[in-house]
Design a binder for this molecule. Sequence first.
Ligand code: TYM
Length: 331
Amino acid sequence: METVVSGIRPTGRLHLGNYFGAVVNFVKLQSQYRCFFFIADYHSLTTHPHPSDLHGTVRQVLAEYLACGLDPNQCTLYRQSDVPETAELYLFLNMLAYVGELERSASFKEKVRAQPDNVNAGLLTYPVLMTADIIIHRAHKVPVGKDQIPHLEMARNFAERFNRMYGENFFPLPQPLGTEGEPIKVPGLDGSGKMGKSEGEGNAIFLSDDEATIQRKVMKAVTDAGPTQPHQPKSPPVANLFTLLKLVSSPDTVHHFEQAYNNCTIRYGEMKKQLAADIAAFTAPIRQRIDAFKNDDALLRRVLEEGQKKARASASATLAEVRRLIGFRKF
Ligand code: TYM
């Protein structure tokens, strides 16, 4: 059976981008593959969270994973820092990763722009740590959103380099995986493109947002002056709203507003109202479950204890082989 691995950084609450870009696929895949899903708390240290915040954000993501339908009986659900083998593999892989190629990565360049006062080495080697996460379970497939594709390309390069250097096809070369095969990008509400945690208040809808907040954010979403000719191409902000509508609304609703757009009778206010109602209906049961899981310490502890056991068993088996291949021997 093929292996699937993926993770999410605990840097805040999950939004619809995380859900439709990643988590919905985790839920689908868990019954079909040998799956490992984790909370990437090592990764979150690159932005220096306050020690008193870290635990709370891990709790949040864990509760959200469970609320979305990840089932610890079907998949292995764990916290990255509970599997220190990851850090050892990261160390080994750092010897195979060249500073030049890491510096050329677009996401590193963007981080340098975004946090010029904190260009730490962890940011530079972020894709190496991601590679360790993935190949430590010898994964074949990695369900992620479109923004992670360049990181996965680097992961394949590092895995291939390890295989070449140590003369065995030990690691499968991990491939990205999205809903219909292709990873997707969920747009935000500000008209600029991607839904994200750091793109400014109002751009992202979080799974835990209440109905009033969802409505307020959606009603403020950027649109345009409206179509003036039949079948006019959509401007990016309006196309974004249609993309969101397709994710949460019925095909009939989408068809209705497509038709209204194409014959220039569309009223964006009406469409936004419908979109807000459909998002709220979609997230309401998830939101209720988040609240329940978040306050169940005994359950959260049990899930992570079991997840750690299973993840470490898999990781330490890989590490034993890696050490042997590299040439570490007992006397
Ligand atoms: P992170 O925490 O930024 O995002 C988690 C997942 O959500 C997806 N995502 C989106 N997908 C579609 N549209 C969007 N607007 C959108 N916003 C976020 C991301 O693509 C991702 O799949 N480096 C990773 C975490 C990570 C990881 C790994 C992933 C660490 N190690 C190993 C896979 C395998 C990250 O920062 O994701």
